[in-house]
Design a protein around this ligand. Structure first.
Ligand code: MN
Length: 286
């Protein structure tokens, strides 16, 4: 990216301009492909501020948006479109215009976008599901994952990923994170912690994971990359790789493939910047 070096012409009396949109330093994370999902633009709990910093810090050939990018359900209830959410869209367009291939795989919260499969949304390609071949030759099924809802006991999971219960949890999360910001503690996901400790939710997560990997196996893939349940994870189940991108509501996570085909699950926050998500991850998976 060429950054025009405009002469520093602000007088000392001039207030500092807003932070520039484009990163002037070289990106921290360079990868072949990056996957993010469940951004929920238009909803109150979308962490657009972190996402913008993240997008400023990556450089990749391909960026996958694995569904629930725009929360049309939330917007139907109450229309919200803050400047930062708009800036995320602008940033995605900027990346696409600068040569990053962006593939948008719609989810259930942005389901109407599925009608545009095979079309372009500006410079962004819309595809209902996709097949991806890693640098090491492994083939992955890329899907949002709501198709798995048919198999899992939704009454358990919708309490969290659905509506009122999850809304309440995010409300608590918001305050818990204000507290941890004040105490200078690293960001953590209270919702993730609760999900991990409630039997029904844990079971629903495991079932989801099993069904997603089964689907990949049936169709001859080596792995699956999905989102939907807001529970980042990377593991292997019966020889099938399972990668869940997490979300930008509670976890702020992304999956990054380097040029050798190695995949990493990364966590972003204001305190720790970039960090492997392993310490957040639960060993119970698999
Ligand atoms: Mn979803």
């Amino acid at each position: 990216m060429t950054t025009p070096t405009a002469p520093e012409s602000f007088s000392s009396a001039t207030p500092k301009p807003a932070a520039p949109q484009s990163a002037t330093t070289s990106p921290l994370i360079k990868g072949r492909t990056v996957w993010i999902s469940d951004i929920h633009l238009g909803s109150r709990d979308c962490k657009a501020e972190y996402l913008l910093k993240f997008l400023d810090n990556i450089s990749c050939d391909t960026l996958y948006l694995v569904g629930d990018i725009i929360d049309m359900w939330a917007m139907k209830k109450k229309f919200r479109w803050p400047q930062q959410h708009y800036n995320v869209m602008l940033k995605l367009y900027e990346l696409a215009n600068n040569g990053t291939r962006i593939i948008y795989v719609p989810g259930n919260h942005d389901e109407p976008m599925r009608r545009f499969t095979g079309n372009l949304f500006g410079p962004i390609e819309i595809i209902e599901e996709h097949e991806y071949t890693c640098a090491d030759g492994k083939r992955y099924l890329i899907m949002h994952g709501d198709a798995m809802d048919a198999y899992i006991n939704l009454s358990h999971l919708t309490r969290f990923v659905g509506d009122i219960g999850y809304g309440l949890l995010l409300f608590i999360n918001r305050w818990a994170n204000r507290w941890r910001k004040l105490m200078r503690r690293p960001y953590f996901s209270l919702a993730g912690m609760i999900k991990n400790n409630i039997k029904g939710a844990k079971h629903a997560i495991e079932t989801y994971q099993k069904e997603a990997t089964d689907e990949a196996r049936r169709r001859g893939f080596d792995g699956v990359i999905c989102g939907h349940i807001h529970y980042p994870d990377m593991c292997e189940e019966n020889g099938i790789r399972y990668c869940n991108t997490g979300d930008w509501i509670e976890n702020c996570t992304a999956i990054v493939e380097d040029f050798s085909g190695e995949m990493r699950l990364l966590h972003y926050s204001d305190q720790v910047q970039w960090q492997e998500a392993t310490d957040n991850k639960v060993a119970q998976a698999a």
